[in-house]
Design a binder for this molecule. Structure first.
Ligand code: FAD
Length: 621
């Protein structure tokens, strides 16, 4: 038998893996991973880049609305200070202030750098990068290319990176990090196509694996986002942070059922789209929270004026923060004023009569949205309103990192992009993720390379590799032991997604969270004995069985953190504690693996914002 065709557990030889050696190994090839790889390589490190799917197929490529950076091209009043204040306010002041500062200061340079590397952007009349409005940003700030900004970013980063000698390992899933005397020494994974194993020896590792939306049943995230990075870090001894803050984007498709959850970009509202209930009313005017009253239109006329391009007018309430808009939509649906398929209406067609070019303008500004609805729902958005509802979108929580270097609490282990926590606090502003992954991808690559340069050769412990092989093959071994009676992974994954959606969703409550934790524990017991049939050649059942461990651990971290946070803040809304608690607002939650194998949660103070930056917030908030 040839290696890749081995069927079961007993037949595997420990020689059944390839070994690769790098200074820096980057796990994940979205924007954060690519930017980290480019930087590490520019520092002279040899770099290996591993991704679970094909290169170029990552969340970053799906990003539509744009990348936030205070370029001040459309409104000269914008500056890093206003961007910083907006990010802190959006994050409800529990952001890592230093990350928010670095992000706001460095994002313009990262966008200009991308432009210099060949990225195409929509332009202002005088040829500068055009910027659009987005929720929570005081001024038009999102550099964009229609609604295909992520595609352009990935294309540019790939083109640039490919010439730097980075070795790419596609369709390879990492399942374990390897350690040498407490510091990271590499990673272990399997090839999705042939099921062969790979060992990566590395002096430093950057995790850039994105989020974990697949823990929920309605999500904009694709199949890859099973929380692998957070799980890998947790098992290696690193801390996770802010896990209770999961962003539910207000506008996902709700119909037909097969496409439920697919994102409808905030760019639609940024271009003038308005939300209505079944009575035809713009319900977002009903509830404008105090901190936003001064900047938000409070009547239809003012809201119209804004959407027609009067930049002095106050912003329409459709562009309030995502958590708020999502809860308002949920309220309309619950109170019987929803659309036929359980959402509300999002209307961009109305701007047709008010903009030069009419329907063509909409198609040009939102080409992906036009095709998405035409092809998936048979609906022309230049003629009819869309039906939309909330969808699980983004993880603010993730691996705890140092703001400047992006190093985790494990020496040699770094994290960037959606896999890392801190920048966005309790809620992320749209557009701040693409800038996050550019700013902190670069920093992670730079500091990982510096760390690697200071290391002598690392060694890979064969016992750890053998344990990783055994663990990866356990689902087959169990299936072989008792055949068809063994439960497969899909029902467990489905049950988890339903649990998270129903009990740990947009609105949370003590008894429901407690029930979710009970259910997750029961699912963990089922997952611990899950089986996989067939062989190791492209076998989604086996892959899902392995993904379950991370999905369940991350879900437990989310539910338990949400239970401990007895307050409502940003994306965490507790029906039983609907207000902010000033004391809890000074506390963040770190999650780590305890000695008994369970998860332990430590309460730690949110570092205080220094006076000079507090002043920036007060002057620009
Ligand atoms: P990703 O781009 O998600 O890449 C993760 C990589 O990790 C992939 O290559 C994956 O294959 C790999 N991976 C995962 N697990 C493993 C493993 N175990 N082993 C090996 N590889 C692994 N943000 C904005 O700022 N502006 C927007 O307009 C915007 N629009 C969005 C639209 C959609 C539909 C979605 C889903 C998100 C949007 N976001 C937007 C959010 C933003 O796109 C993501 O947060 C961001 O792209 C994450 O980038 P990343 O590099 O951290 O991870």
């Amino acid at each position: 038998m040839r290696d890749g065709y081995l069927v079961g557990f007993e037949t595997v030889l420990m020689t059944d893996h390839e070994t690769h050696s790098y200074d820096v190994l980057v796990i994940g090839a979205g924007g954060a991973g690519l930017r980290a790889s480019i930087e590490a390589s520019a520092q002279g490190a040899s770099v290996g880049l591993v991704c679970k799917s094909l290169l170029g197929k990552a969340h970053t490529v799906m990003a539509e609305g744009g990348v936030a950076a205070a370029l001040a091209n459309v409104d000269e009043r914008d500056s890093w200070k206003v961007h910083f204040a907006d990010t802190m306010r959006g994050g409800q002041y529990v952001n890592d202030w230093r990350m928010a500062e670095l992000h706001a200061r460095e994002a313009p340079d990262r966008v200009h750098e991308l432009e210099a590397w060949g990225a195409v952007f929509d332009r202002t009349k005088d040829g500068r990068i055009l910027q659009r409005n987005f929720g929570g940003h005081k001024y038009p700030r999102l550099a964009h290319v229609g609604d295909r900004t992520g595609l352009e970013m990935i294309r540019t980063l790939q083109d640039h990176g490919i010439h730097q000698g980075i070795e790419v390992h596609m369709e390879c899933t990492i399942t374990r990090l390897l350690l040498d005397s407490g510091r990271v020494s590499g990673a272990f994974g399997y090839e999705r196509e042939h099921g062969r194993f790979r060992v990566f020896k590395a002096k430093a590792v950057v995790i850039a694996t994105g989020g974990f939306g697949r823990a929920f049943s309605i999500t904009s995230n694709s199949w890859e986002y099973t929380g692998d990075g957070a799980y890998l870090a947790l098992e290696a001894g690193a801390d996770l942070m802010d896990m209770e803050y999961v962003q539910f984007h207000p506008t996902g498709m709700v119909w037909p059922p097969s496409v439920r959850g697919i994102l409808v970009t905030e760019g639609v509202r940024g271009e003038g789209g308005v939300l209505r209930n079944s009575e035809g009313r713009r319900f977002m005017f009903d509830d404008i929270p105090e901190p936003y009253r001064a900047t938000t239109a409070d009547n239809e006329e003012e809201g119209w004026r804004y959407t027609q391009g009067d930049r002095e007018a106050r912003r329409p309430p459709e562009l309030l923060t995502r958590d708020h808009v999502a809860r308002c939509i949920r309220r309309e649906v619950r109170e019987g004023r929803g659309s036929p398929h359980g959402g509300v209406f999002l209307d961009i067609a109305w701007i047709k009569d008010r903009v030069p070019g009419g329907a063509e303008h909409i198609k040009r500004k939102l080409p992906s949205m036009y095709h998405q609805f035409k092809q998936l729902a048979g609906l022309d958005i230049t003629e009819e309103p869309m039906e939309v509802g909330p969808t699980t979108h983004y993880a603010m929580g993730g691996i705890r990192v140092d703001a400047d270097t992006q190093s985790s609490t494990v020496p040699g282990l770094y994290a960037a992009g959606e896999a890392a926590a801190g920048l966005h606090g309790a809620n992320r502003l749209g557009g701040n993720s693409l800038s996050d992954l550019l700013v902190f991808g670069k920093r992670a690559g730079e500091y990982a390379a510096r760390f690697a340069a200071d290391q002598v050769e690392t060694s890979v412990d064969q016992a750890q590799v053998e344990a990783a092989v055994t663990e990866a093959l356990e689902p087959f071994a169990r299936h072989q032991a008792d055949g068809a009676g063994r439960e497969g992974p899909y029902q467990i994954q489905f049950d988890l997604q339903e649990t998270m959606q129903d009990l740990v969703g947009i609105v949370r409550e003590e008894s429901q969270l407690e029930e979710s934790i009970e259910r997750i524990r029961a699912l963990q017991e089922r997952a611990a004995v899950v089986g996989a049939s067939g062989n190791r050649e492209y076998n989604p059942g086996w892959h899902t069985a392995l993904d379950l461990r991370g999905l369940l651990a991350v879900s437990e971290a989310v539910a338990r953190s949400a239970l401990l946070r007895r307050e409502s803040r940003g994306a965490q809304f507790r029906e039983d504690y609907p207000d902010k608690d000033p004391e809890l607002g000074k506390t963040r939650l770190f999650v780590r693996r305890a000695a008994d194998g369970g998860l332990e949660i430590e309460r730690a103070p949110v570092p205080e914002v220094p006076d000079n930056l507090q002043q920036v917030i007060e002057e620009n908030g």
